[in-house]
Design a protein around this ligand. Structure first.
Ligand SMILES: [Zn+2]
Length: 342
């Protein structure tokens, strides 16, 4: 394979320094203090001028890992695959995150429904007014018979956002919907990552095995092959709901071993999740659970016990923007983590 970089492979085992066109280091096969171990990237070979060992990258792996040449070749090919799947998983995750974008468009449509409806009415009334004025079959002499003042009234309603009080419920329900979408996207990112990695990364599959114990019945049900299904099985077993930030981060931390440090976006999302809970379970009134959940969050909006929750359009949009940022951050962390593992 011409894409194999012998320097990259040997660097995993030997501290190499650049020496002209070649690389040099202390030989791993004999004890030495001055480097006589040379790697040539152009020729694709290594050679030790101390002990005489040399050959291509397969030979190197067979010597250092104690494998036959055939085993060493498989070993190299598998680790080359490992590099590819980190790149292969990115489009899968991006596609899931794209679905959050289309959900966001739905939410925006709900939030702006009054404006859309007013625009529609104003537009049509203006057309009617124009045709009444220019059509010679009808001869309107009084301005009061034209829709002019109705148009003006609707425009005032739009400018002053007069439907807002009636729309308060729509804002609350949009938030409930948004949090549900976010939960399902996070859950899907987890499931897809687990399933993908157990299929393509034997290293990861082994780690999962040591973390989850499966019942014989479950294994038998699946013909002793859990690949491609592990994500859902783990969620079921661990009762992960992804409905709050803490448990979502725990799930990713336990199975992928990375942690995203707390930031402002997460505070905003935690508030969104707490708001959803109070809207659905406590008649849109702030309860002690809400205050507990948001206690450590640095937030612009402050809520006291028994406050009625009154959301603005921009509150819902802010939460949505923070969610998107968080999802992208999760994706990047996951990929960085996988890359560093190899
Ligand atoms: Zn040597």
């Amino acid at each position: 394979m011409s894409t194999i970089n012998i320097v990259e492979i040997i660097k995993e085992y030997v501290d190499l320094r650049k020496a002209g066109a070649n690389w040099k280091g202390n030989c791993p096969f004999h004890n030495e203090k001055t480097p006589s171990f040379v790697v040539s990237p152009t020729k694709g070979i290594f050679k030790c001028f101390g002990c005489g060992k040399g050959g291509d990258h397969i030979k190197f792996i067979s010597l250092i890992e104690g494998l036959s040449l055939e085993e060493a070749e498989n070993f190299v090919n598998n680790s080359q695959d490992a590099i590819v799947y980190e790149e292969a998983i990115e489009p899968i995750l991006l596609k899931i995150i794209e679905r959050f974008d289309s959900h966001s468009v739905t939410i925006a449509g709900l939030l702006n429904f009054d404006q859309l409806l007013l625009d529609f009415c104003i537009g049509n009334l203006k057309k009617l007014e124009a045709s009444l004025k220019t059509n010679h079959e009808v001869n309107i002499t009084s301005i009061h018979l034209l829709p002019t003042s109705t148009i003006r009234n609707l425009e005032m309603i739009k400018e002053n956002n007069s439907f807002k009080p009636q729309f308060q419920k729509v804002y609350s329900q949009s938030l409930v919907l948004l949090v549900s979408y976010f939960t399902s996207i996070l859950k899907e990112m987890f499931v897809s990552s687990v399933n993908f990695l157990t299929l393509f990364d034997s290293h990861f599959a082994l780690k999962i095995q040591s973390k989850v114990k499966f019942e014989f019945r479950k294994l038998a049900e699946n013909n002793f092959d859990l690949r491609g299904k592990l994500g859902d099985i783990i969620i079921d077993k661990e009762s992960y709901s992804f409905q709050d930030m803490k448990s979502s981060k725990e799930a990713f931390n336990k199975y992928f071993n990375f942690e995203i440090s707390r930031n402002k976006d997460q505070d905003i999302i935690i508030m969104g999740q707490a708001l959803r809970h109070a809207i659905v379970h406590n008649s849109e009134v702030v309860d002690s659970k809400f205050l507990n959940q948001t206690r450590d969050c640095q937030l612009e909006n402050h809520y006291e016990l028994n406050d009625e929750i009154v959301l603005e359009k921009k509150d819902v949009i802010n939460i949505q923007v923070s969610m998107k940022k968080f999802l992208l951050e999760m994706k990047n962390e996951l990929i960085t983590k996988l890359r560093n593992d190899h």
